[in-house]
Design a protein around this ligand. Structure first.
Ligand SMILES: Cc1ncc(COP(=O)(O)O)c(C=O)c1O
Length: 432
């Protein structure tokens, strides 16, 4: 591996596609089903990456394929701004009912996570009349100018791409394994939740801040889960100062944690929630759902776009939500129990595993050179993913140092595939 057909395509790809578009494996997909990918040479892989978390209900889920197919027979595109269509409105109603927050909501649609981030910020600014946005260390919000400015990791996401968008401010994320204050739970008093109080004195006035944007669980940053006290306290400070909270649930939403959204179980009630990735099982769609008064703050024509809320993507998304509510969330919780229990054993058995963490099937292993220094084991993580790939399992890393292994397997994965994948992971940990 890669076989001759992938190699031939790889050569053409090198000539035709810029190097900046990264690849984690050298293979080309021929077809995919459930949690399996077959490449153009007939090799079959178990997939723990799910197109970076975009196929939570499984590749080629039959109901999603049928719904999207049926919509293509009617029409592909009208542009919602020109002639409207029902799937857009039905999906908005569903998202309003499902998204976190016990208040009236509205939803509109865009095409990608980054575009949803941009729009959430626009709405927060126009609603509050304030410019500032607070974001977090190790956050990832996308690659467009504002989203990239809110993203933390410099290389490769920001290197050479400045100048960045103004009025963005960054504070530490509650990363307990590597506490930015050098403290430990529970003696730390969760001082990270109060970081903004000091920040308002030193860096920006509170009443110039429109919103805080936060991933309830860090995605690209390494699947870091804040302690339970964090969100209620952070939220109280935001409310005191009239600052909105934007929850970026692009990676942790749509069933990834075994719940539709991650915010509620972490004690967070955001004012705006953004969804993308798995919402339409891989078709480009993102949703911005928020308080009615915030969503209505933009004047007519102020938000939208040519392709946003494409009818095929909306039809697929409705089938995704049906699948999640029709048993896939429950399946996700079961997968989470299996994976997390096994990761706890890996942590006991292998010194290279410094931390095992996550929520439900959104699970991660942080690899370290030794448990004392916690030096990130980036090379070992690279060797591990290569070992897994060579043994038929696709895995991807995360974390600012690239030393975290994360699981984003489709929740449609069969028990024996899950077992086989975990066995390959264990062999990989032994080998590297
Ligand atoms: C939390 C989060 N927000 C935003 C994005 C950007 O999404 P997209 O790549 O669809 O623009 C990502 C992508 O990985 C993400 O994980």
């Amino acid at each position: 591996m890669p076989g001759p057909n992938s190699q031939a395509l790889l050569e053409r790809r090198r000539q035709a596609v810029p190097r900046g578009v990264f690849n984690t494996t050298p293979i080309f997909t021929a077809r995919s089903q459930g949690a399996l990918i077959e490449d153009v040479d007939g090799n079959v892989y178990i997939d723990f990456a799910g197109g970076i978390g975009c196929v939570n209900v499984g590749y080629s889920h039959p109901a999603v394929v049928a719904a999207a197919g049926a919509q293509t027979q009617k029409f592909f595109h009208t542009c919602f701004h020109v002639t409207q269509h029902e799937p857009y409105v039905v999906l908005a109603e569903r998202m309003n009912a499902l998204a976190p927050g016990n208040y009236p909501k509205k939803t509109f649609f865009a095409n990608s996570g980054a575009e949803a981030v941009e729009n959430a910020v626009k709405l927060a600014r126009v609603f509050t009349g304030r410019p500032g946005i607070i974001c977090f260390v190790d956050a990832f919000h996308g690659r467009t100018l504002l989203a990239m400015s809110l993203t933390s990791k410099v290389a490769p996401y920001k290197e050479g791409f400045g100048p960045f968008a103004p009025e963005t401010y960054r504070i530490p994320y509650p990363y307990c394994y590597r506490c930015p204050y050098g403290a430990t739970l529970p003696d730390c008093g969760i001082r990270c939740a109060d970081a903004m109080i000091d920040f308002f004195k030193r860096y920006v006035e509170a009443d110039k801040v429109a919103a805080v944007i936060i991933e309830p669980i860090l995605g690209e940053g390494g699947f870091v889960v804040p302690p339970p006290e964090f969100f209620p306290r952070m939220q109280r400070i935001c409310r005191e100062h009239g600052i909105l909270i934007i929850a970026d649930e692009v990676q942790c939403g749509c069933g990834r944690t075994g719940e539709m959204f991650a915010s509620p179980s972490l004690g967070l009630e955001p004012d705006i929630t953004i969804s993308a990735k798995s919402i339409a099982n891989g078709l480009p769609l993102s949703a911005i759902t928020g308080r009615t008064e915030v969503m209505d703050a933009a004047k007519e024509g102020g938000i939208g776009g040519t392709f946003g809320g494409n009818p095929v993507a909306c039809a697929a998304a409705l089938a995704v939500l049906d699948a999640l509510e029709g048993g896939m969330l429950e399946r996700g919780r079961r997968i989470g129990q299996v994976v997390r229990a096994r990761f706890a054993i890996f942590k006991d058995k292998y010194n290279i595993v410094g931390d095992a963490r996550g929520v439900g099937p959104m699970a991660a292993l942080e690899l370290v050179e030794d448990r004392q220094s916690k030096k990130p084991a980036k090379h070992a993580a690279g060797a591990f993913t290569r070992f897994c790939y060579e043994h038929g399992l696709i895995t991807i890393t995360a974390g600012t140092y690239g030393n975290v292994i994360r699981t984003l397997m489709p929740l449609a994965i069969a028990d024996d595939e899950l077992e086989e994948g975990l066995a390959i992971m264990e062999a990989g940990l032994k080998a590297c």
